[in-house]
Design a protein. Structure first.
Length: 146
């Protein structure tokens, strides 16, 4: 989580057409939360793609539980891909998602073997995940508790 080192690496790699910065939203072992505001700004400055795995942040942090992006004030326009899970903070028991621009997600639907060769989520998992999302939206006060 050394953003000065990240900037040095982005500067040193400008000869490449595509560069990706991939980070966790919340590092689960220590609970560290990288400064995504600074990281997103560096990605914009050096034309790099930002990918955030927020499996431990969604449903847990942010003013309304929307995770590390919300916690740092980073919009989805600044994050090229957001990876999450329906378990952990949402309690759905399994499954996950990738959110981003339509073209990127559509490409992944067609090319990602992990998606192509997987089965659909069961109705109970979907139902519990939807219930959790609805509950969190209707009860934002839980994020004010410490």
């Amino acid at each position: 989580m050394d953003n000065k080192d990240l900037e040095r690496k982005l500067k040193a790699s400008q000869q490449y057409d595509r560069r990706f910065v991939v980070t966790e939203g919340v590092f689960s072992m220590e609970g560290d939360i990288p400064n995504l505001r600074e990281i997103a700004d560096l990605c914009k400055k050096y034309k790099a793609y930002l990918i955030v795995d927020d499996c431990h942040g969604i449903g847990v942090i942010g003013k309304t539980g929307r995770g590390a992006l919300e916690f740092w004030g980073v919009s989805m326009d600044e994050c090229h891909l957001l990876v999450g899970t329906l378990s952990k903070g949402l309690g759905g028991g399994g499954g996950g998602y990738v959110a981003g621009k339509y073209e990127v997600v559509k490409y992944m639907n067609q090319r990602a073997r992990s998606y192509i060769y997987s089965t659909t989520l069961g109705p109970p998992v979907i139902a519990v995940s939807r219930w959790c999302l609805k509950f969190l939206k209707e009860h934002p006060e839980i994020y004010e508790q410490q």
